[in-house]
Design a protein around this ligand. Structure first.
Ligand SMILES: Nc1ncnc2c1ncn2[C@@H]1O[C@H](COP(=O)(O)OP(=O)(O)OP(=O)(O)O)[C@@H](O)[C@H]1O
Length: 259
């Protein structure tokens, strides 16, 4: 539970296109790190490299290493399927399986890893995961209904429940609130603050206030020029990045004076 991530000299490519250059950083356990930066600078690409989702795109690959508590996720001996169980992901648009019940949505990942699950085990995982995602009280009386019948914010919390049901070490979130209204957004932000007590959390967000509210550490990415690879310009405590950054580009972005 909750592991330290160390990224070393990560370069990421889509075929011949060099999308992200020379990223190195450390993410401590039980913390939230926000990735910020303008569109196309590679935030989601870096995020997807943290659970080996990048390489499923045809022609896509990366060099460098991503260590989870010292173990390189890119070591040839490491099974990418196992990596994705250890490092869960929540996407921009809530994506519950539409025909599955709420209960089966929560269990979907668990069933992939464990074919036999007793009824009582399943019930316990469902309750724990939904409680962990702050959704239990709202859905406990309709667990057999389809996940698609929930509101957008509830669906996103269902996806978080599905992600935590397999007990990952890390949770990656790619703009998890961008499709949600402000109330649902605040509910997810509260949840993120709780989740960091158990998991290492990395979130991509375009919302500066959100980064300031939920994260302990902020990483600012930028493109030096259109067509060039994205780079990590600066990383530090969220307090420092927002109030006293070292780089002018960071300050310009934070204060909205950006190109
Ligand atoms: N599947 C893909 N195939 C080829 N190029 C891609 C692919 N996905 C992303 N890219 C390119 O990689 C670069 C980084 O994209 P990425 O989506 O990681 O940026 P981002 O910072 O997350 O952007 P946004 O904030 O708009 O989501 C961009 O130039 C993008 O066009």
């Amino acid at each position: 539970m909750s592991k330290r991530i160390e990224i070393k000299d990560l370069n990421i490519y889509y075929g011949k296109f060099h999308a992200v250059k020379d990223v190195s950083m450390v993410v401590e356990p039980r913390s939230v790190t926000a990735f910020i930066g303008s569109s196309g600078c590679g935030k989601s690409t870096v995020l997807r490299s943290l659970n080996r989702m990048h390489e499923v795109i045809p022609g896509a690959y990366s060099t460098g290493s991503v260590l989870l508590d010292g173990v390189d996720l890119y070591d040839p001996a490491v099974d990418p399927v196992r990596v994705r169980r250890q490092v869960g992901m929540v996407f921009q648009r809530p994506n519950p399986f539409p025909t599955m019940s709420i209960k089966e949505n929560v269990l979907a990942g668990v069933r992939l890893n464990k074919s036999r699950l007793s009824r009582s085990e399943a019930d316990e995982i469902v309750e724990q995961s939904l409680r962990g995602a702050n959704l239990w009280k709202e859905v406990k009386d309709r667990l057999e209904r389809p996940g698609s019948g929930l509101s957008g914010g509830q669906q996103q919390r269902l996806c978080i429940a599905r992600a935590i049901a397999v007990h990952p070490d890390v949770l990656l979130m790619d703009e998890p609130c961008s499709a949600l209204d402000p109330i649902s957004t605040l509910a997810i932000e509260d949840l993120i603050k709780q989740l960091k007590e158990t998991y290492t959390v990395v979130i991509v967000t375009h919302n500066m206030q959100q980064a300031a509210r939920v994260s302990d550490q902020t990483a600012f990415f930028n493109l030096r020029e259109h067509g060039k690879p994205g780079e990590l310009i600066e990383i530090g405590s969220t307090e420092k990045i927002f109030h006293n950054p070292d780089q002018k580009a960071t300050e310009d972005y934070i204060t909205g004076r950006f190109g």
